[in-house]
Design a protein around this ligand. Structure first.
Ligand SMILES: [Zn+2]
Ligand SMILES: [Zn+2]
Length: 302
């Protein structure tokens, strides 16, 4: 395959996100979010036709803000595949290197041998907790460190939320997130490989880690949408789509609230939790700042 053909193949890959269970916009997750939204419309006795025409409206999908989502999605994909992944490598490579160091410093591990399924369940839970806390904490830093905020502000400059807004992140944020994920997967896997005389695998459903699968099936795509879905009292434990919409709100009282990805406990610990029943969101974007929706002018942050 020539270099141009390879480049074209990589450029076409974003379409495969729709059929990849490891991606948020996998068609099954989009469908489940759509069905949850429809169920809400019926339960609230709203007009179904109006809801569908609004959700599919070109005014939403071709809005200047939504177009920027697609540019960042495509740009970051190319950068990740062509540069970030080849340079960083995978979590497993890092895990094996850490494991070698542990072996050299502390001698043979393999302290326990337990049923494979038990180890997989504990590994999946520990990985989930480590991933979720590290996501929360880095998100907290994106907001609190001015140098990082100018790049994270790209995500918050969206004035229309669609499932594609998830991918509207500056390339520097994409690189930091990739390093974070690599370190977490590498360290957690290494500890398990070292301590257990077992093969270490997460519990998966259709190739996706079960915790991500459940999170995505529970309407994760509604976080970046206009559909207001709160989880009631459960919001003290799990972040609802409405809580993430609050995170995107322009209202002053919503600034620096609800940093959590899946668990709301971290926000409770850091005093940044806002429940959806106590408030409402009027508009999305940057508080007190209107931003020109131009991809090139966002390259050095906002
Ligand atoms: Zn944020
Ligand atoms: Zn968001």
């Amino acid at each position: 395959m020539s270099e141009w053909e390879q480049l074209l193949t990589v450029a076409m890959e974003p379409v495969h996100y729709l059929v990849n269970p490891q991606k948020r916009i996998f068609w099954v997750y989009l469908l489940s979010s759509g069905l949850i939204a429809l169920a809400l419309v019926v339960a609230r006795r709203e007009d179904i036709t109006q809801f569908i025409s609004k959700a599919l409206s070109p005014k939403v999908w071709f809005h200047p803000s939504s177009r920027i989502d697609f540019y960042w999605f495509f740009f970051n994909h190319m950068l990740r595949v062509l540069l970030v992944v080849p340079v960083l490598g995978g979590g497993l490579t890092l895990a094996i290197s850490i494991n070698r160091v542990l072996y050299r410093w502390f001698g043979a591990g393999d302290f326990w041998q337990l049923p494979e399924l038990s180890v997989s369940i504990v590994f999946t839970l520990v990985l989930f907790l480590a991933e979720d806390f590290s996501r929360f904490f880095i998100h907290f830093l994106y907001h609190k460190v001015p140098f990082l905020w100018r790049f994270h502000a790209i995500h918050h400059s969206a004035t229309i939320l669609t499932p594609m807004t998830l991918y509207r992140i500056h390339w520097l944020e994409m690189i930091i997130n990739s390093v974070r994920s690599l370190l977490v997967i590498g360290f957690v896997s290494a500890m398990f490989i070292y301590c257990f005389d077992n093969g270490v695998h997460p519990v998966t459903v259709f190739g996706a880690i079960i915790t991500s699968f459940l999170f995505n099936m529970a309407g994760s795509n509604l976080r970046h949408s206009n559909v207001w879905l709160g989880f009631g009292r459960l919001e003290c434990w799990i972040v609802s789509p409405a809580q993430h919409q609050i995170h995107h709100s322009v209202a002053r009282e919503h600034v620096d609230k609800n940093f959590g990805a899946t668990l709301a406990v971290w926000d409770r610990l850091f005093g940044s939790l806002v429940l959806s029943r106590d408030t409402q969101v009027k508009a999305y974007g940057l508080a007190g700042k209107s931003v020109e929706q131009r991809f090139l002018s966002q390259q050095l942050g906002l």
